[in-house]
Design a protein around this ligand. Structure first.
Ligand SMILES: Cc1cc2nc3c(=O)[nH]c(=O)nc-3n(C[C@H](O)[C@H](O)[C@H](O)COP(=O)(O)OP(=O)(O)OC[C@H]3O[C@@H](n4cnc5c(N)ncnc54)[C@H](O)[C@@H]3O)c2cc1C
Length: 410
C-alpha cells in the first residue's frame, strides 16, 4: 500500500508551479507531476518567432514579479522559458517531469488514486493544472482532404520553411491564426485565411498600449459571474493582437487583407481539393463589433476620468473599409495553389484521465473559483476560472492563493 500524500498537482505550467510554491511556503506536503517538462507549453508548443501578446510587466508568479528591463516589451518564448527556469531554480518544487497521469479515481472521501505511467499515488487532494488549452481542435473532415496537402495544428507550426512551397490556408483568426498568417505573408507566401468571429483591438490607443487601458479600467479583473454563462464570457475573450520586438503592432483580419491575405468565411466542410466556407461578412461584423464596444468603453472611461482626450495623445483608433473583400462559398485548393493548411481553431477540453463525475455537458469542469464539489478536487488555469486574466501569466498569484489556502485549511 503506497503512502498517502497530502496533495498531487497535475501539470507544471504556470498554474501548477504557482500552487506548488504556495504549498511549499505553507509547509504542505505535495508532489508536482508533468507529462513533459515544467513550462512545456512555452518550450514545445510555440512557433520560433513567438512573442507574448501581453506586455512583460504582467508576468506575475508568487514570489517572482517581472524584474526585467523591458516592462512594456513582449518576451520571446525562449525568454519566457528562461524566466520559468529561474523560477524553478528559486522555488525548487517537488517536481517529477516525464510523469503522465493516466487516470484519477476517487476511492473514498478525500482518498484519490492517481495512476501515472510511472506508478500509482494515493492522496487527499488533487489539483488539476493541465492547462486551459489541452487538445488541438481539428475538424474530422480534414482526413477527407487531398493527402498531398500538408496539414498541421498551430501548436506544431514552427516557421515558414516547415511548409512546402506554395500558398497556405490558415484556418482560424484568433491570436495564433493571425500571427502565423502575418509571418507567412512576410515570408512572401500567398495566404488564404478562414476567419471566425474573434474580435480585434488596436495595439495602442491615444498614447497607451491597449492593455494599459484595460488595466486602468479593471477589465482584466472582470469576473465570470458578471456574464450570464461561460460561453458569453469566452465570446468576449482574447482578441486578435500581436507583440513584437518593440512595442507591438496592430494586427487583425483587416491589416492582413491590406497585406494581401485572401479573407474567407469559416471552413465548414471539405473533401478532396474543395473546402466549403461560410459567413465571412458575419465574422467581420462580429470582429468589428468587439472593437467598437471596446472603443466605446475606453472613450467613456476617458471622458469620466480625464474629462477629454489627454493632450498630446496620438494613436487614433484605426478604421478599416471592406473594399476588395470577396464573398465566396468554397475554395479549390489545387486552383489556389494551396499545398499546406495550418489549423488555428484553438483547443478543446480533454479530461479523459478524470474518472470522477465533475464535468459538464461540454466536458468542462464544474467548479467555483477552481474548487469543485468533490472535496479535495481542484482546478486551476482554466479560461475564466474566476476572472478574465485567469488563463494568462497575470493570474499566477490570486487563483493559486485561494486553492493553496483551501488545501491548507482542509
Ligand atoms: C498560442 C498561445 C499564446 C499565448 N500567449 C500568451 C501571452 O502572450 N500571455 C499570457 O499571459 N498567456 C498567453 N497564453 C496563455 C498561456 O499559455 C496559458 O494560459 C498558460 O500557459 C496557462 O498555464 P497553465 O499552467 O494553466 O497551463 P499550461 O502551461 O498549458 O501547463 C499545463 C501542463 O500540464 C501538463 N499536463 C497536461 N496533461 C497532463 C497529464 N495527464 N499528466 C501530467 N501532466 C499533464 C502539460 O505537459 C503542461 O506542462 C497563450 C496561449 C497560447 C496557446
Amino acid at each position: 500500500m503506497q503512502q498517502l500524500i497530502e496533495t498531487v498537482i497535475i501539470g507544471a505550467g504556470q498554474a501548477g508551479l504557482a500552487v506548488s510554491h504556495l504549498l511549499t511556503r505553507a509547509s504542505r506536503e505535495h508532489l508536482l507531476l508533468d507529462r513533459a517538462r515544467a513550462a512545456s507549453a512555452w518550450r514545445d508548443k510555440r512557433w520560433d518567432s513567438f512573442r507574448l501578446v501581453l506586455p512583460n510587466r504582467y508576468w506575475c508568479m508568487p514570489g517572482m514579479l517581472y524584474d526585467g528591463a523591458e516592462p512594456d516589451g513582449f518576451m520571446a518564448a525562449r525568454e519566457v522559458v528562461e524566466r520559468f527556469d529561474r523560477y524553478l531554480g528559486k522555488t525548487r518544487p517537488p517536481l517529477h517531469e516525464h510523469t503522465a497521469v493516466r487516470r484519477v479515481l476517487l476511492q473514498g472521501p478525500r482518498r484519490f488514486l492517481v495512476q501515472t505511467d510511472r506508478g500509482d499515488l494515493r492522496c487527499r487532494n488533487v489539483v488539476v493544472a493541465t492547462g486551459p488549452f489541452q487538445t488541438p481542435a481539428l475538424p474530422a473532415w480534414r482526413h477527407a482532404l487531398d493527402a498531398e496537402v500538408v496539414q498541421l495544428h498551430s501548436e506544431q507550426y514552427r516557421n515558414p520553411s516547415q511548409l512546402p512551397p506554395g500558398a497556405v490556408l490558415v484556418a482560424g483568426s484568433g491570436q495564433s491564426g493571425v500571427q502565423i498568417a502575418e509571418e507567412l505573408l512576410r515570408d512572401g507566401r500567398r495566404v488564404l485565411l478562414c476567419t471566425g468571429g474573434r474580435g480585434w483591438l488596436p495595439r495602442r490607443y491615444l498614447g497607451k498600449d491597449i492593455t494599459a487601458w484595460y488595466a486602468e479600467m479593471g477589465l482584466f479583473e472582470t469576473r465570470i459571474d458578471e456574464f450570464p454563462s461561460l460561453a458569453a464570457a469566452r465570446a468576449s475573450g482574447f482578441p486578435q493582437l500581436a507583440g513584437d520586438a518593440a512595442l507591438g503592432h496592430t494586427l487583425n483580419v483587416h491589416t492582413l487583407a491590406q497585406a494581401g491575405a485572401v479573407l474567407l468565411g469559416r471552413a465548414e466542410q471539405g473533401a478532396g481539393h474543395e473546402i466549403r466556407v461560410a459567413g465571412l461578412q458575419a465574422n467581420l461584423d462580429a470582429a468589428d463589433a468587439v472593437a467598437a464596444r471596446a472603443k466605446g468603453l475606453i472613450d467613456e472611461h476617458i471622458a469620466r476620468r480625464h474629462g477629454s482626450v489627454p493632450p498630446g495623445s496620438d494613436d487614433p483608433w484605426p478604421l478599416y473599409g471592406r473594399g476588395g473583400i470577396e464573398q465566396r462559398d468554397s475554395i479549390d485548393l489545387r486552383r489556389e495553389g494551396v499545398r499546406s493548411i495550418v489549423w488555428a481553431g484553438g483547443y478543446r477540453p480533454d479530461y479523459a484521465f478524470l474518472d470522477i463525475p465533475v464535468l459538464d455537458a461540454d466536458g468542462r469542469p464544474q467548479h467555483r473559483r477552481g474548487v469543485s464539489e468533490v472535496p479535495g478536487l481542484f482546478f486551476i488555469g482554466l479560461e475564466w476560472l474566476h476572472r478574465r486574466k485567469s488563463s494568462t501569466l497575470m493570474a499566477g498569484d490570486e487563483d493559486a492563493a485561494l486553492i493553496a489556502a483551501t488545501i491548507a485549511a482542509g
